[in-house]
Each structure stands twice: as structure tokens, then as C-alpha cells.
Ligand binder design. Structure first.
Ligand SMILES: *Cc1c(COP(=O)(O)O)cnc(C)c1O
Length: 490
């Protein structure tokens, strides 16, 4: 498979090159050159376990990378706390796909345990000897998962930027205590979009003037890297295979997925699974109060000119969902505005509108909904009270959205709600939802939550307590480039 930019379909690159550079030279995102995945034998996946599924999918997308079986074996081994990797649980009238069993208790581990190994392999294939420097902007979970994934991977270094005050205490603790000789995290004065924009500008500047004083080259671990996106396709098939095995559906029956969405990476992986043949009824996009995607899917207008809210589901506090650009490319047709034009409008005016034809296609496969903090809390309480199952706030936004979706359409197909984080990453919001009084220490909150619910705290979180803080720098967004240069000189 070769890859083209969403903004210039004429020049294709190999998978190795797409993984190494992360973003296309024109600022676009890499997508498969031939989106006709009809040749893919998706039914062969149904008898496989997670690793077998991942191996087949990786081999399909990264055919120029040898060593895929080793990569899959390393990525999805004992660092996950269950051999199932992404178990599917029946909770009430739907299914919860638990994506948080990796080393940082966030769904991003599924992709970020594999990406560094894919990148290493891609470097080998291309004979690269200079250092690859990963720059990542994070709204909380990506940062830690990326640090953990790249930690001491030879030939790489990683710098993670997170919004100062924009992540939870536990998320911050995870990042500033990170171990490893090639890692660093730094806080940025601003919100996630400022942080992400800052990182994008560093990439643009590197293209123009290189990185003075070093022969290192930048790459990205954000969900814009195709090597981040592809591993996520695996669990859509895994969930389907589990439903077949459990006798809930027969092969070919369509199912719905409800996806708590921020940067649109997770749900886009679902779209790719659909294009590869997975019988999907609807992909239901769940937002929080930052409901820019809900409006887009409902009306065809993308408008980021709106207040930015900090919510109890911070990993979804996003106004510019980068991966949507890939969907724009896939769904647009001759006569529609080119993706580069839409993105130009977004940069210049913060807004664009797609054609009625485009909107029709979008709505044929996607539904949407949003949950405010109160609705998120209601879902956490309701699901725990009724089923004894503890949702994190992001997953609860999905649960609420699925409720509204059932009300609107009837519950006609099995619905899989993707669970994107352990509730223990957000203990305060979960305790408050359950009406349990608590103090101000997040680690004590974890213990309290465990005591009240009987659900165990993942070891990777409980062991953060009292760990030494290695990274305490805070920078202005204008200083980010200089910070990278300084760090690389060291
Ligand atoms: C990153 C994240 C999301 C959003 O995923 P996207 O791929 O950015 O849409 C949702 N929930 C949690 C807990 C996350 O960390």
C-alpha cells in the first residue's frame, strides 16, 4: 500500500516514508492511495485473536515493513494486563469495548505501543541513521502513552507538550515522572489547541529551515501519523469477532459503534474498518460540550469560532479535529471543494461548509451527539447503580450519546461503546458523579473510589504516588520552537 496526501493526491510515498514523516510536506495527512479495500479478506480475521487480527491488518497497510509479526508480538504482549488486549463486555443493553488495558490505562496505548516499533522498522528500511525526534501535543492521554511507547527505543527521542492546567493531576503526574533516557515533557501556557497549533508550526518551520545545530529530523506521534491510525482498526474487527463468537450476531450482520471523539482518530479507524468490509451500520460520534463535530455531522458546517469549554472529559476538549481531514478526502467527490481549500478556509476564517451531497454521504454512515458534564455524570451514576460497571467520563459521554441515538432511531442493531480510559484516570469526576464526598488529593480519590466500588486501581496509576517529578518546565506557546532546539542541543 502506498500513501498520498489529502491535499495533493498526485505524489505517493511508501508506508515507511509516511510513518517516518508523520505529516505530508504540504501539511496534509497521509491516506492510502487506493481506498478500494475490496480485496481485503476481512472474514479471515474473525477466527483470529487480537494479535492475529493486528498482524493481518499491519501486513496489509505496511507491506514494505518486514518484521510485522515481531512488532505485533512485542506491542501486544505482557504490557497489556489481559491477553485479550481489548476485551468486550456486555453491560446492560449494549457492549463496552475496553481499550484501556495497556501500560498507561488509556486507549491510546493500543496504537502507541506499536507506532515506535513501526517507526524503528521504517528507519531500518530507509537506512536512516540520524535521530528521529517525536514531537507531540497532548490533551492528556496521548502524551503519557507516547512517552511510554517511545521510552528508550533506539534512534528516537520524544518531547511531549501539554496544556498547563489543562490535564488532570494524574495525567500530569504520569508525564512529569516518566522514566527513560530519551524522554521529556513540558507544559505550555494555553489550551490544547494552542499547544497543537504550536507543534504544527514547529513542523512547518523545520521544513523551511531544518533544525539548527543538529541533523535530527522531526516526526509525530499524534493521531495524524498513519502508524497511529492503523493499529486502531484492529479492535473494531476484534469486537465484531467477539460478538460472532458469543453468538450475538451472525457474520454479515451490521453493528453500530459509539465512539467518544476528540481528534477524530479513533472513529476514523472505524471508518477504515468499514471500508475494508466490516459490516457497520452507523458510527456514532460522541462529543462533550465542545460539540463542533456534532454540529458538523448534523449540518455540514464546521465552525471552530465558539467558546472553548474545559469539561470532565478533557481528552475530548478539542475544537479542531485533525483527522477529520482524512474523512473529507474520502467522502468528497469531483465538484466538491478540494480538501486543501477547506483547510485554507478553516485556517483563515475558522469555518467551512461541505456540499449537500457530501453531507448526505456523511450522514449515511455517521450519527452524532453530545453530552454535557451533567449528562456525563448521570450516565456514570446510572450505569454503576444499574449494572455495577464503572465508566470513565469519556466513555460516559459515549454511553449518553448512545442513549439519545436509541431514542431517535430505536435500538435496531447491537451497539458497541468504545471505552477509552480507565475510570481511575479521572477519579474526581467519577466520585462526584457517584455523589461520594472526597478530599483534594487525586491519589486518595483513587483509593476511595476503589473502596466504594470494589473496582481495582490499575497498578500503573497507583504506583505514581510520590514518584519523583523529572520535568517541571512551563513555556509560552511562542517559545516552543526555541525549547525544542535547546533540548536537542543538550
Ligand atoms: C484521545 C482520547 C479520546 C479521543 O480520541 P480521538 O482519536 O482523538 O478522537 C477519547 N477518550 C480518551 C480517554 C482519549 O484519551
Amino acid at each position: 500500500m502506498r500513501y498520498i496526501s489529502t491535499r495533493d493526491p498526485k505524489r505517493a510515498v511508501s508506508a515507511a516514508d509516511a510513518v517516518i514523516s508523520g505529516i505530508a510536506p504540504d501539511g496534509g495527512l497521509y491516506i492510502p492511495e487506493d481506498p478500494d479495500f475490496g480485496s481485503f479478506d476481512w472474514k479471515a480475521l474473525l477466527s483470529e485473536d487480537f494479535r492475529g487480527i493486528a498482524e493481518r491488518i499491519f501486513s496489509f497497510y505496511f507491506e514494505d515493513l518486514p518484521g510485522i509479526p515481531e512488532i505485533v508480538g512485542k506491542a501486544y504482549g505482557p504490557r497489556f494486563d489481559t491477553p485479550e488486549v481489548t476485551p468486550l463486555k456486555k453491560v446492560g443493553d449494549r457492549f463496552v469495548l475496553e481499550l484501556f488495558h495497556g501500560p498507561t490505562s488509556a486507549f491510546k496505548d493500543v496504537a502507541l505501543q506499536a507506532l515506535p516499533l513501526l517507526l524503528s522498522e521504517a528507519r531500518k528500511v530507509r537506512g536512516i541513521t540520524h535521530e528521529t525526534v517525536i514531537l507531540t501535543a497532548t490533551s492528556g492521554d496521548t502524551g503519557k502513552a507516547a512517552l511510554e511507547g517511545f521510552r528508550d527505543v533506539p534512534g528516537t527521542r520524544i518531547i511531549v507538550f501539554f496544556p498547563d492546567g489543562g490535564v488532570s493531576t494524574v495525567q500530569r503526574a504520569q508525564m512529569v515522572t516518566q522514566e527513560g533516557g530519551n524522554v521529556c515533557s513540558v507544559a505550555v501556557r494555553g489550551n490544547f489547541d494552542d499547544t497543537q497549533t504550536g507543534v504544527k508550526q514547529i513542523f512547518v518551520r523545520e521544513k523551511a529551515e531544518g533544525l539548527p545545530g543538529t541533523d535530527a529530523a522531526l516526526s509525530s506521534a499524534n493521531s495524524i501519523n498513519i502508524g497511529r491510525l492503523v493499529p486502531q482498526i484492529a479492535y473494531y474487527f476484534k469486537a465484531y469477532a467477539d460478538l460472532v463468537k458469543a453468538g450475538e450476531i451472525r457474520v454479515g450482520d451490521p453493528i453500530d459503534f459509539t465512539v467518544p471523539t476528540g481528534n477524530f482518530g479513533d472513529i476514523l479507524a472505524g471508518y477504515l474498518a468499514y471500508r475494508m468490509g466490516l459490516p457497520v451500520g452507523k458510527l456514532v460520534c460522541a462529543s462533550n460540550k465542545n460539540d463542533v463535530l456534532t454540529e458538523f455531522i448534523g449540518t455540514g458546517v464546521y465552525d471552530k469560532n465558539r467558546p472553548f469549554y474545559k469539561t470532565t472529559s478533557p481528552s475530548m476538549d478539542i475544537l479542531v479535529s485533525s483527522n477529520l481531514e482524512r474523512l473529507l478526502y474520502f467522502l468528497s467527490e469531483e465538484g466538491d471543494e478540494p480538501v486543501s481549500e477547506l483547510m485554507k478556509k478553516l485556517t483563515e476564517t475558522g469555518r467551512y461548509k461541505v456540499s449537500p451531497r457530501f453531507l448526505e454521504k456523511l450522514q449515511a454512515l455517521f450519527d452524532c451527539g453530545a453530552a454535557n458534564d451533567e449528562e456525563v455524570a448521570d450516565s456514570i451514576r446510572e450505569v454503576f447503580t444499574k449494572y455495577g460497571y464503572l465508566l470513565d467520563p469519556h466513555t460516559a459521554a459515549g454511553w449518553h450519546t448512545a442513549d439519545r441515538y436509541f431514542e431517535k432511531t430505536g435500538h435496531t442493531r447491537p451497539n458497541v461503546v468504545l471505552s477509552t480510559a480507565s475510570p481511575y484516570k479521572f477519579p474526581q469526576a467519577v466520585l462526584e458523579a457517584l455523589g461520594i464526598p472526597h478530599g483534594s488529593d487525586e491519589f486518595e480519590m483513587m483509593d476511595l473510589l476503589s473502596e466504594k466500588t470494589g473496582v481495582q486501581v490499575p497498578y500503573n496509576l497507583s504506583s505514581l504516588r510520590g514518584k519523583e517529578e523529572r520535568f517541571t518546565d512551563v513555556v509560552d506557546k511562542e517559545e516552543m520552537y526555541a525549547y525544542v532546539i535547546r533540548t536537542l542541543e543538550k
